[in-house]
Design a protein around this ligand. Structure first.
Ligand code: MG
Ligand code: MG
Length: 256
């Protein structure tokens, strides 16, 4: 999937607002993580997230997004579900599940976007490896977010990290610029050639989000028109941070 969108360079003052949005988003995700227990419904997780967002006077850009309008503030994607799972009153977490939680926060007109995947109770060694590789790929990508590099350096770092460990990266879903809206330019795929793409410069804010699959890179969308699953039913994982390119080291905005 490829698209062209406006690229917005942020001022230091705007990045400061995004850092606050990111801190709130991290607070939301930490609260949801506490609820990852067997028997908890995915609607309960959404309610926990909304309680935190409301306490800060914030909303998520997810609600009402797209066609059909996305109905919740977070996405909850379990096991073979890679991204965009819709919270449901009847969907309960089970021991051994791996659950990806994605959330956005809008503060004073700026968006932060972040996701993690974690286990419910004890998870298998294979699932543990998948989570480690996906989170490691996120940090391999972040490390390339330096002025003078190109977006392709981020993509290549993620792809190499994942594929050299025997896993697969999604082709259809990508990282993206973020800030004034949830999805701005540039698009940052999880695969690509080093040195290609947009030149990175201070003030760019990008959500880097490796989505990793065990079996093949192929996915499909469920009839609810949102939930993306691995085509072969094997496990998937997803980690994401919003990061600012600076004159020095990459600045991760979506941490506490
Ligand atoms: Mg996200
Ligand atoms: Mg994103």
């Amino acid at each position: 999937m490829s698209w062209e969108r406006q690229i917005n360079i942020k001022t230091p003052a705007e990045i400061k607002i995004m850092r606050e949005a990111g801190r709130i988003n991290a607070t939301v995700l930490a609260k949801v993580k506490e609820h990852l227990q067997p028997g908890v419904t995915t609607a309960d997780l959404n309610a926990a997230a909304e309680e935190v967002l409301t306490s800060f006077g914030c909303i998520s850009p997810f609600k009402g997004y797209g066609r059909p309008p996305y109905p919740a503030s977070i996405t909850v994607s379990i096991n073979d579900e890679m991204v965009h799972g819709i919270p449901h009153l009847k969907r309960k977490l089970k021991e051994g599940d791996i659950v990806s939680i994605d959330c956005g926060t809008i503060l004073d007109g700026f968006v932060a976007d972040s996701a993690f995947t974690a286990g419910v109770g004890e998870i298998s060694p294979d699932a543990t490896k998948l989570l480690e590789v996906t989170e490691g790929a996120l940090h391999a990508g972040i490390e390339k977010m330096r002025q003078g590099n190109h977006t392709g350096d981020i993509s290549a770092a993620i792809q190499n990290y994942v594929e050299s460990r025997g896993f697969h990266v999604t082709r259809e879903y990508t990282g993206h610029g973020v800030g004034r809206t949830m999805h701005e330019g540039p698009q940052v795929p999880n695969y690509g050639a080093a040195g290609s793409g947009l030149l990175l410069r201070p003030g760019l804010t990008i959500a880097i989000e490796p989505m990793v699959l065990v079996g093949t890179h192929e996915t499909r969308v469920l009839p609810d028109k949102w939930t993306v699953v691995s085509a072969d039913g094997s496990l998937t994982a997803h980690f994401e941070h919003t990061i600012a390119v600076t004159e020095g080291s990459p600045l991760i905005l979506t941490v506490l």
